[in-house]
Design a protein around this ligand. Structure first.
Ligand code: SF4
Ligand code: SF4
Length: 96
């Protein structure tokens, strides 16, 4: 499973994700993001686009090994975290 550190920053940056356009409060934040607990209010029923492992199974296996896919996702997570000044302890470290 992808080693998500549950920083919550991806759920606050959905502006450019067409599959989540209906979920955007208008400021890039998902309407199902619970700020208090940094969790998803519809976690068990969240769309596939919110599920890294599912997206690999459905589509990205064609283009990447699972490790490569995890590394690319981790880079995106870490970049978003840096931009949002999220504590370094949340960074995802995957050995290349
Ligand atoms: S940005 Fe990455 S580490 Fe943070 S909650 Fe989303 S998937 Fe998890
Ligand atoms: S549906 Fe849940 S996991 Fe997906 S962006 Fe919204 S809060 Fe995050």
């Amino acid at each position: 499973m992808f080693p998500c550190t549950q920083c919550g920053v991806c759920c606050q940056n959905i502006k450019n994700i067409p599959e989540l356009s209906e979920f955007d409060l208008g400021n890039g934040i998902c309407k199902y993001f619970d700020f208090t607990n940094k969790t998803c209010e519809i976690y068990d029923n969240r769309p596939n686009i919110c599920r890294i492992d599912k997206m690999f199974e459905l589509e990205y296996y064609q283009y990447f090994s699972k490790k490569e896919f995890y590394i690319e996702n981790a880079k995106a997570c870490n970049k978003l975290q840096e931009m949002a000044n999220i504590d370094y302890s949340y960074r995802i470290k995957i050995e290349e």
